[in-house]
Ligand binder design. Structure first.
Ligand code: NAP
Length: 463
């Protein structure tokens, strides 16, 4: 075997192992008990993929590669350290970088090969740069909206969908022409610029509330464009990784849309996420019952069964470790404590699972919405910590509510409900929550971390 053939074989084996690790990574990431192993597998797979690529015979000089590695690490490391609540916009930025890379590689390959590009190759190349370009600007817009650098409000006008779609149709028309006439180099820049504009226009009518779902969809586009790049570069690893990314992003978008009771077309064209000023205004006059940490501690101590419902406010307050202390002290007193997890509680899928796992709360205490909803009528206390929309009974009963039809945690069926939040402000959907005005509901006004801390303090002092 020649040196070249030997080297090629090693690269193929390394790529095969990396592909297997990517597949295992996704499988392991689907359960909290194996998620850490999944992250490790993904990391090792990526290191192997990079190492295999660096072994290629075609590389004659490593200078620029080293510079790119140092630059990329310099940007990637701080991005990896952002606060958990900023992960959706950080993810959007990663998609933007990936999509930009795919577009640049596709452009370089076109100019290197034109006019000798087969019809199949030109088709995948066109798909690569169109998806890459629109994902680049679309992801930047999504990150800007989530970071509130751009207005979260959807901007709509009459005939908008038609205008937007015509950009996409023109880009596809150019792609078809290039497939038939791959020597028409002057048209190629238009096939990049038009989808770049489409990417911006696509996000303009979508409200901030739908951004995480849109980011997941953009993840899917980025994966598909990377798979197309795999065909162009004849890389099986890229085809596999791109297909995994494309399909998992798509499945996640479907799961998120379902959990919010929204259809895809509704997310993409529905202009959801506008603040519901009329409903929010009705909150002021109605009385609520509030309680002190001491009173809350007394009620919890007397309970047999408690279901804790965490939400976005627990994440903001970073209250998960205090919640763990509360779990410990109540469990020690013989109270049966469980956690109810709504699929879209927080601001990203799995948000609550990650936070509770960080605080080492046993996985078997976490129960999914469908499994726990039947138990609320037999639950003494439902303790809602910084959750709002995911507990709003209007989703079940008020057909005029913007969240009508969204599956919720039926906390209003528990014997007593206690809600920790700072004020009567609405949650992400901007709608009032009738749960707060029920006779059985006690509002515990305060920051989640300090309020839970005070309850724990009371429970410890009351030995
Ligand atoms: P939510 O409806 O946004 O409510 C969070 C509540 O936390 C607010 O009402 C707020 O009230 C309270 N809060 C904020 N900071 C707090 C603090 N420091 N201490 C105590 N309370 C605090 O949250 P959710 O019930 O978790 O629902 C998630 C929402 O996000 C849903 O509408 C869902 O559709 C949407 N969403 C989720 C995802 C996902 O993947 N998870 C994706 C897209 C959209 P105060 O201001 O009065 O304190």
């Amino acid at each position: 075997m020649t040196d070249f053939a030997g080297n090629q074989l090693i690269i193929e084996v390394v790529y095969l192992v990396a592909s297997a690790l990517f597949i295992l990574s996704l499988k392991w990431l689907s359960s909290p008990t194996t998620a850490r192993r999944g992250v490790r597998a993904g990391e090792i797979g990526m290191v192997l993929a990079i190492a295999g690529t660096l072994m290629h015979h075609g590389i004659v000089d490593y200078k620029w590669i080293v510079i790119a590695l140092v630059l990329g690490s310099g940007i990637g490391i701080p991005l990896g350290l952002v606060h958990m609540t900023a992960v959706p916009q950080r993810t959007a930025l990663s998609h933007a970088f990936g999509a930009l890379c795919v577009t640049l590689v596709g452009s370089a390959e076109f100019y290197l090969r034109s006019p000798d590009v087969s019809r199949f190759m030109m088709s995948v190349l066109s798909m690569e740069v169109i998806l890459g370009s629109l994902t680049f600007t679309g992801s930047l817009m999504a990150a800007g909206k989530l970071q509130e650098i751009l207005p979260q409000r959807p901007l709509t006008y009459k005939g908008q969908n038609l205008v937007n779609l015509s950009f996409l149709v023109i880009a596809i028309g150019i792609a078809v022409y290039l497939v038939l006439h791959p020597g028409a180099k002057q048209l190629f820049p238009a096939m990049i610029v038009i989808p770049l504009i489409f990417g911006v226009l696509m996000i303009v009518p979508i409200g901030g509330a739908d951004m995480p779902t849109v980011i997941s969809l953009l993840n899917s586009y980025a994966g598909l464009s990377a798979a197309a790049m795999g065909f162009v570069l004849d890389s099986k690893l890229l085809i596999i990784a791109g297909a995994l990314d494309g399909s998992s992003g798509f499945i996640l978008s479907v799961i998120m849309s379902k959990a919010m009771n929204r259809s895809f077309t509704n997310v993409l064209f529905g202009a959801f996420g506008q603040v519901q000023a009329s409903t929010a205004g009705a909150t002021e006059e109605r009385p609520v019952h509030s309680a002190t940490p001491e009173e809350a501690a007394g009620i919890l101590a007397a309970a047999n069964s408690v279901v804790i419902v965490p939400g976005y406010g627990m994440a903001v307050a970073q209250a998960q470790h205090k919640v763990r202390e509360l779990y410990d002290v109540l469990t020690k007193r013989g109270v049966n404590v469980r956690f109810a997890i709504h699929p879209v509680a927080g601001r990203m899928p799995g948000h609550m699972n990650v936070l509770l796992a960080e605080a080492d709360i046993p996985y078997d205490r976490l129960t999914e919405m469908d499994d726990i909803n039947g138990d609320f009528p037999q639950t003494d206390v439902a303790l809602v910590i910084g959750a709002n929309d995911v507990t709003n009974p209007a989703a079940r009963t008020d057909s005029g509510s913007p969240i009508y039809g969204m599956p919720i945690l039926d906390v209003d069926k528990a014997r007593t409900v206690m809600v920790i939040k700072r004020s009567m402000s609405p949650g992400f959907a901007g709608v009032d929550n009738p749960l707060y005005y029920m006779d059985k509901t006690l509002m515990l006004f305060g920051d989640a971390k300090s309020f839970v801390n005070s309850i724990v303090h009371e429970l410890n002092g009351a030995h």
